[in-house]
Design a protein around this ligand. Structure first.
Ligand code: GTP
Length: 358
């Protein structure tokens, strides 16, 4: 039996306002809560028991798991106060059933990847490592902590985000999945906030532990920001990102009960939620429309996320924006590039729209 801990207790601040009501891993992506993609991939890799390490809005997970049958045993460990990534792993320990040297897989709750999870676990066991980390190369490593490895795959350092070109010593970053020997989890301090990236990993290196990096160059995306969230959804809908939880791969995904006018155009991997309404001549391109949202006649919604029950008025133009649950955008509004509308906010109709070159 292989067990896993899925870290899902973060506040998801970068995805606000979508995460005001719903924790990031429970946001719907390609028809199911994001966490279902991770749980079903773990299941298919032979993981038979998973501990959901929750904190922020833990009740949303409990309610979902109670009614879900994902073919894997799921238990919930809830921190009263968030304990950080390392503290959450330590807190989950009492819910694990495996033996002292057994491998325990840890997943960050916001990563979509094509990692060979079984291969990572098997190589961890064969190499008798204390920790095996999934690393991925990124084209621009400046925004990430770096993890250089030697020729044998041993991790040499955990470096903070590079400030100068000289500090970019590798393009490898921690890709948000690791295998711990269970006894290593026992050594994490109990009952206080611990960052696995800033405290546990550097501490293990300093004590001479065997920390191995495993490079996988396949699909990887951290869904932490609105842009990345939209990208991840598109990639799941179109099959670029692998997930057993996506029913039918296609150009777009329209869930049951959505009403799409025949003259509306849906494209670019868009996902239309249950009960959503897309009116005549509307264009939805590369976007995510949550359950029960309405897109008015002639509106254009591009690379955007429209929250549950939100209403976008006729002839609106949305490019790269996030509209919170239940917000109402009056007709002819134009919102662009990173704009975020909070849940329940109402924007009046715009009576005249001036063209940008007037
Ligand atoms: P941002 O606030 O937008 O940075 O997102 P986040 O809260 O998800 O934080 P981050 O991306 O740094 O967290 C990485 C993973 O660890 C995510 O899956 C989080 O849900 C999870 N996580 C972060 N902090 C905690 C915590 O205190 N407890 C638990 N159980 N999980 C956590």
């Amino acid at each position: 039996m292989t067990e896993a801990v899925l870290l899902v207790g973060g506040q998801g601040t970068r995805l606000r306002p979508l995460t005001v009501n719903t924790p990031k891993p429970m946001l719907p992506v390609a028809g199911v809560p994001f966490t279902v993609h991770q749980i079903t991939r773990a299941r298919d890799a032979g993981i038979s028991r998973i501990v959901l390490a929750t904190s922020y809005r833990a009740e949303v997970f409990a309610e979902f798991i109670e009614g879900a049958d994902l073919g894997i045993e799921i238990v919930i460990a809830t921190e009263v106060e968030p304990l950080g990534t390392g503290g959450a792993i330590r807190h989950a320990l009492t819910h694990l059933e495996s033996g002292a040297d057994d491998p325990v897989v840890i997943f960050n709750g916001d990563v979509l990847s094509g990692l060979d999870i079984r291969g990572l676990v098997d190589s961890h066991v064969q190499s008798a490592s204390d920790v095996s980390l999934y690393l991925t190369p990124v084209p621009d490593p400046r925004a990430y902590g770096l993890v250089p490895i030697d020729a044998d795959g041993r991790v040499e350092a955990f470096l903070e985000k590079p400030q100068t070109p000289e500090e970019i010593v590798t393009d490898l970053i921690n890709a948000g999945c690791y295998v711990f020997k269970r006894s290593v989890i026992e050594a994490i301090p109990d009952g206080r906030v611990v960052s696995v990236e800033r405290e546990t990993f550097p501490g293990l290196l300093a004590s001479g532990a065997h920390v191995r990096g495993v490079v996988d160059e396949g699909y990887w995306l951290d869904l932490g920001t609105p842009l990345a969230f939209v990208q991840g959804s598109k990639d799941l809908v179109t099959g670029k990102a692998p997930s057993p939880a996506v029913g039918a791969i296609g150009e777009v995904l329209v869930l049951d009960g959505a009403a799409v006018d025949p003259s509306a155009q849906l494209r670019g991997g868009s996902a239309i939620g249950r009960g959503a309404v897309i009116a005549a001549d509307a264009v939805v391109d590369g976007s995510v429309v949550f359950d029960g949202a309405e897109i008015g006649a002639g509106a254009q919604v591009v690379d955007s996320i429209v929250g549950a029950g939100a209403r976008i008025g006729a002839d609106c133009e949305l490019h790269g924006v996030v509209v919170g649950d239940g917000a109402v955008i009056g007709s002819r509004n134009e919102l662009r590039d990173g704009a975020r509308v909070w849940p329940g906010v109402q924007l009046d109709d715009v009576s005249i729209r001036y063209s940008s070159d007037s």
